[in-house]
Design a protein around this ligand. Sequence first.
Ligand SMILES: Nc1nc2c(ncn2[C@@H]2O[C@H](COP(=O)(O)OP(=O)(O)OP(=O)(O)O)[C@@H](O)[C@H]2O)c(=O)[nH]1
Ligand SMILES: [Mg+2]
Length: 367
Amino acid sequence: MPSAKLASQEHIIEKIHQIEKEIRETPYHKGTEHHIGLLRARLAILRQKLENQEAKKSGHGGKTTFLVRKQGDASCLLLGPPSVGKSTLLNRLTNTQSQTGDYAFTTKRVIPGMLFYQNAKIQLFDAPGLLPDGPLHYGQGRQILTTVRGSDLLILVFDLQTYSHLPDILRKLNEAGVRLNREKPLLKVFPQRGSETIVEGNLTPQKAKVLIQISKELGLRGKRIVVPKPLTIDQYLDALLPNRIFLSAILVINKRDLLTTKQKEEIEHFIRQFDLDPIFISAQQNKGLKNLKKVIWQKLKLIKITFISKHTGREKIVIGRQGETVKALSPFSDFSQFKKLYLVKNGQRQETSWEYYPRGGEVFLLI
Ligand SMILES: Nc1nc2c(ncn2[C@@H]2O[C@H](COP(=O)(O)OP(=O)(O)OP(=O)(O)O)[C@@H](O)[C@H]2O)c(=O)[nH]1
Ligand SMILES: [Mg+2]
C-alpha cells in the first residue's frame, strides 16, 4: 500500500536524522570511537534501505528517469552547480546540442553526447545543475546518482562563482556512497558453520570487536571476514556495502577567460586541499579543451592498440584499458589460426606473449 510505504520511508528518513544528530553531538575520541562506528554503520544501512526503496519506486513506472543507454568505450558524467557551462562544454566536445542559457537549471535531464578521440568513442552525459544542499538520495538527486553509478569518470565542473561549493558537493557525494579516486578496500568473506561472526587480520582486539559488531549489524552472521590491511571503520563499511561507488574524478574550472592570474592561483590553492588538480578551460572560447581531452583519456586508462594479421593483411585498431592482456584485447577470437605474436617497434619485430599487458600505442603482428 502506497501510504504504508510512504510512512516507512518517512520513518527511515526520521531515523537517519536522529542518528546524524547523535553523531554530531558525540565528541570523537578513543572512548566513543566504537559507538560512533556503530552509528555510522546503522546510518549507512538505513541509507541503503532508502535507496533500495527509491529504486523499486522508479522501477514501477516512475516518470522521470535519467537512465540513458550506455554506449561507446567509456562514459563520463559532467557534474557541477547550475550555470557553470556544463552544456556549453558538452556541445564543444561532442556532436550533440544541449541547450545552454545564462540562467540556472537550463538543463532539465541527462543528455548524452559522443566524444571521438584517438579512435575511441567516449560518451559524455550532461546533467542538470547540482545544488550543494539538495539531497542525492531521493527525487531528482537520486536520478543523477544513477547516472554517476553508470559512469566511468566524473568530470566535476565549477567556475569562479561556484568553486567554493566544492567541499559541500564532495561531502554530498561522499554521503551518498560515492568514493572518488580511491580503490575499493579489499576484504575476504568466507562462510563458516554456526552463526558466529569472526573478523581476522592485523587488528587490535578493540578494533576487531567494533568490526564484528558492525558486521552483525550488516547481517553478516556465520561468516569469517579476513582484513588483509589495516583499515578505518568507514573503509570497512565501504568494502561491505553494495551501494558504494568507486569512481575516477577530475575537476574542471570553466570560464578561464573571466579569471585574473591572482584568482586562478587562489582557486588552484583552494582546490588542491581536496587532492584534486584543477584543469582550467574556457568552453565558450575553446581554450584548454585539447588538454582536457587528453586528461579524460588518461584518467579513463584507455589505450589504443593496432593489430595486423599477416594472413589477411588486415589492420584493426582496438580501444581497451590498461591492465588488459593482448589476448583480452585481440579482435581475433580464434587464436589457433596464429602461430606467433610479435610486437612491432621501430620496424623491428619482437616475439611476445598473449599475456603481455599493452601500455598503449603498440602495434602487434599476428602470424
Ligand atoms: N565567459 C564564459 N561564459 C561561459 C563559458 N562557458 C559557458 N559560459 C556561459 O555560461 C552560461 C551557462 O552555460 P550553460 O552551458 O548553460 O551552463 P550549465 O552548467 O549547463 O547550466 P545548467 O544547465 O543550468 O546547470 C551561458 O550563458 C554560457 O554562454 C566560458 O567559458 N566563458
Ligand atoms: Mg546545462
